[in-house]
Ligand binder design. Structure first.
Ligand code: AHR
Length: 505
């Protein structure tokens, strides 16, 4: 029988924070070098930024961009990346066993954001691995103080008279992970994060701060870590971070297609942990979620590659360059649906990462740039998922999965544009083999929706199809005919294993 839900604009989840469509640029592999920055490339501008990549990033519609790491940041000295290019040191990056040239740094990053346009915003990660309060304050002064102090005047001397105005800061990265340079236990990290937050707020009470949550749900300290960190930081931070990556394991595609079930309950657990911490402190303040690393990542493959080929400190090698399939794109779409469905508490999210490294955009050094399959659901969600998330409670046929138990075949959400009243439905059919009929009853103000502007679908007879350098447009979304509104009900059929965007006015 068909899957069904009702849409009524009187029942909403929350407005969508534009920062939900964030991404991540780390000094890792070829994300920066030969990714966004490649002086001498035929498409590079005067600052060495690849204009072909800038165009694709604009089309992708990313907002907040987290920088400069990731694991990289926990050994990074921001001072290495500012000032005259020929005075910048080369350094070892122990996190990825590569050499960092520091040709690209803070000013180059801010210049890159400026070229992306006003929707692009920095999300600056601080090194709380090998460094602490002093260096955080120094970076804040260099970046944000107008003038008249040693560090702000240094920025001006380096060619940036205007302060960068960075509002959103991450207090370290994955500090719970034993792999993290300067890894700490929850007590030590919580105290350091609190001290750093307190000092930064003394300079600027309006900074927005993210405390590190667990680097994954499977961490042995998950839950306890968040509780302890929040005990120290609750009144001082705005967000707790979450990170999650999904991959297909042992050919179990049904479980992989249901990855969002894990993400949903992970979000529920962290929200509950944050609220419990607030209740204990009798605080009225609410901590939100910064889901600042999420994606499909074939991590087992990356780990095997690292074992087979320990790196001898190269500069910008090919690392973590996953080539995404149609199936991966459908899963990524489903993860986006999850983030939107939790827009009341998830108000920052960063697709990790942006270019070349587990990324929606790929480049060839000296050659072209192209869109991976995963580019499309993100670009469509960012373009049409702006406004207010409507409460969608589907009734759907289910099937059993080995990892997530019984899951609905339909995963869906809908977003309404406050100004025009237009509604976009985002829907995934998790069934690999069968089409899924769908009926959406349009209630309340949604009854005024009369027409289907477009039903775009990403699916393929070959669910493993990818876009590559040789065939960069093998997979693209295509219009689907036959979706109609009759008698106040939208009727359609979602193809097997598909990502769907249905725009209604
Ligand atoms: O995004 C790749 C890596 O994944 C990041 O550097 C780290 O924070 C996470 O473990």
């Amino acid at each position: 029988h068909p899957a069904r839900f009702a849409l009524d604009p009187a029942f909403t989840v929350a407005p969508v924070d534009p920062r939900l469509f964030g991404s991540f640029v780390e000094h890792l592999g070829r994300c920066v070098y030969t990714g966004i920055y490649e002086p001498g490339h035929p498409a590079a501008d005067g600052d060495g930024l690849r204009t072909d990549v800038l165009d694709l990033i604009r089309e992708l519609g990313v907002t907040a961009i987290r920088y400069p790491g990731g694991n990289f940041v926990s050994g990074y000295r921001w001072e290495d990346g500012v000032g005259p290019a020929d005075e910048r040191p080369h350094r070892l990056d122990p996190a990825w066993r590569t050499t960092e040239s520091n040709a690209f740094g803070l000013a180059e990053f801010m210049g890159f954001l400026g070229k992306l346009g006003p929707q692009a915003e920095p999300m600056m990660a601080l090194n709380l691995g090998t460094r602490g309060v002093t260096e955080a304050l120094e970076l804040q002064e260099y970046a944000n103080h107008p003038a008249g102090t040693r560090l702000s005047d240094r920025r001006i001397a380096h060619g940036d008279p205007e302060p960068f105005g960075i509002r959103l800061w991450c207090l370290g990265n994955e500090m719970d992970g034993p792999w993290q340079i300067g890894h700490k236990d929850a007590e030590d990290y919580g105290k350091l994060a609190a001290a750093t937050a307190r000092a930064m707020r003394m300079v600027d009470p309006d900074v927005q701060l993210v405390a590190c949550g667990s680097s994954g749900r499977s961490m042995p300290t998950f839950g306890a870590w968040e509780s302890t960190v929040l005990q120290h930081t609750y009144e001082l931070v705005d967000y707790v971070s979450m990170h999650a990556y999904y991959e297909e394991v042992d050919g179990d595609r049904d479980s992989f297609l249901a990855s969002a079930a894990d993400m949903e309950s992970f979000i529920g657990s962290v929200v509950a942990t944050c609220d419990a911490a607030g209740a204990r402190l009798k605080s009225d303040k609410r901590i939100n979620i910064s889901f600042d690393e999420w994606n499909v990542w074939y991590m087992q493959r990356s780990q095997q590659e690292a074992r087979d080929n320990p790196l001898d400190w190269p500069h910008a090698p090919r690392l973590l360059e996953d080539n995404y399939s149609v199936t991966d794109a459908v899963v990524l779409g489903s993860l986006l649906i999850t983030l939107l469905r939790h827009a009341d508490r998830v108000t920052v999210a960063c697709l990790a990462q942006l270019v070349n490294v587990i990324a929606p955009i790929m480049t060839e050094p000296g050659g072209p740039a192209w869109r991976q399959t995963t580019f499309f659901p993100f670009a469509q969600a960012s373009a049409y998922g702006r406004g207010r998330v409507l409460r969608v409670e589907p009734e759907s046929p289910v099937h059993a999965t080995a990892r997530h138990g019984e899951v609905p075949l339909l995963h869906a959400t809908a977003v309404r544009d406050d100004e025009t009243g237009a509604v976009t439905v985002f829907a995934v059919n998790r069934d690999q083999h069968h089409p899924l009929p769908l009926e959406v009853a349009l209630h309340g103000a949604a009854a005024d929706l009369a027409g289907v502007v477009e039903h775009s679908v990403l699916t393929d007879p070959d669910p493993d199809a990818t876009n590559t350098l040789a065939a960069p447009e093998r997979v693209v979304p295509r219009p689907l005919a036959g979706t109609q509104i009759t008698g106040g009900v939208l009727r359609t059929t979602l193809p097997p294993l598909s990502w769907n965007v249905i725009r209604l006015t």
